[in-house]
Ligand binder design. Structure first.
Ligand SMILES: Nc1ncnc2c1ncn2[C@@H]1O[C@H](COP(=O)(O)OP(=O)(O)OP(=O)(O)O)[C@@H](O)[C@H]1O
Ligand SMILES: [Mg+2]
Length: 275
């Protein structure tokens, strides 16, 4: 990309400590640019979820704090803000777990999060956009979200986020437990939503091949630090990224997730799986 968008979110030398004792992030700096998809990659425990939850304010609910560094959104410092305050700025997190309300129907899930700043017409236009993007949801509008398949749930989670009309969408693990073909489908729909809504997206994704296919830029975290940064094309060519996450391009290996790799390593270490 020759002319890149302005930096909307700047994370500078972030340190995050859980329960005043566990250092999860040591030094994380990221520039998230307007209209881009930025991928955040890394092994289990590297600090990906903590980064997204620090930005969106949710670490506070887990007795964690940003202890050093800054987070600027549109020039405003937002570190250690409450989640509702960050949400009001148009930043929306789709969390790693509990992405939808299982006891509510699909329709109710879409209504539950709608931003109060939107008119009724704007809301129904957004719901319409969700149904156009994910036609499968239409057939399930009255179904409890808890009865949806994994892929449909993920579509609903993205749909519910879309209805809140965010400017910056933080997505934690698009592909968790999903078949690669569904992941690709959802990833492609994200590209079209980005276009339709001029979204900026920060995407944590286990499948580096999917993430680097749709992303403009990427960062690899290791032990709470940024180890590698570059355009998605740079990362795809990077030998360390290839050997750790892309399996040298062999298609069956390419689909292996970090979790699989970590589990395999755990198995070699006497069968212990990672936390
Ligand atoms: N609520 C918590 N309390 C204490 N430590 C935590 C908590 N959540 C995460 N951590 C620790 O912070 C570090 C980073 O965890 P994080 O969940 O951010 O990793 P991740 O990169 O998202 O991993 P995964 O790929 O497994 O989801 C880990 O060492 C983890 O054990
Ligand atoms: Mg995580």
């Amino acid at each position: 990309m020759s002319t890149r968008g302005a930096v909307v979110l700047a994370v500078e030398h972030l340190e995050v400590i859980y329960q005043r004792a566990i250092v999860a992030l040591r030094d994380v700096s990221l520039d998230i640019r307007d209209g881009e998809i930025t991928a955040l990659l890394g092994a289990n425990g590297a600090g990906k979820s903590t980064t997204l939850r620090a930005i969106s304010g949710f670490i506070g609910l887990d007795n964690a704090r940003v202890s050093r560094g800054r987070i600027h959104y549109l020039g405003q410092p937002i570190e250690n803000w409450r989640p509702d305050g960050v949400a009001r700025l148009g930043v929306r997190l789709i969390p790693e777990r509990d992405k939808v309300f299982p006891g509510l129907t699909v329709q109710e899930n879409l209504e539950a999060v709608a931003s109060p700043n939107l008119t009724k017409i704007q809301r129904s236009q957004l719901v319409e956009l969700v149904f156009e993007t994910f036609p499968r949801l239409v057939t399930h509008v009255r179904k409890s979200a808890g009865l949806l398949s994994g892929g449909e749930r993920q579509m609903l989670a993205i749909g519910a986020a879309v209805v809140s009309r965010p400017d910056l969408l933080l997505i934690d693990e698009l592909s968790l437990g999903l078949a690669p073909v569904i992941v690709e489908e959802i990833a492609n729909r994200l590209l079209s939503l980005r276009r339709e809504m001029r979204l900026t997206i920060l995407l944590v994704e286990q499948s580096a091949s999917v993430a680097l296919k749709i992303a403009d830029y990427g960062y690899v975290l290791e032990n709470g630090r940024v180890a590698i940064a570059g355009t998605a094309a740079d990362l795809r060519r990077n030998p360390s990224v290839q050997s750790a996450y892309l399996g040298h391009g062999a298609s069956n290996v390419e689909r292996r997730s970090y979790r699989d790799i970590a589990l395999a390593r755990g198995a070699l270490n006497g069968g212990r799986s990672p936390a």
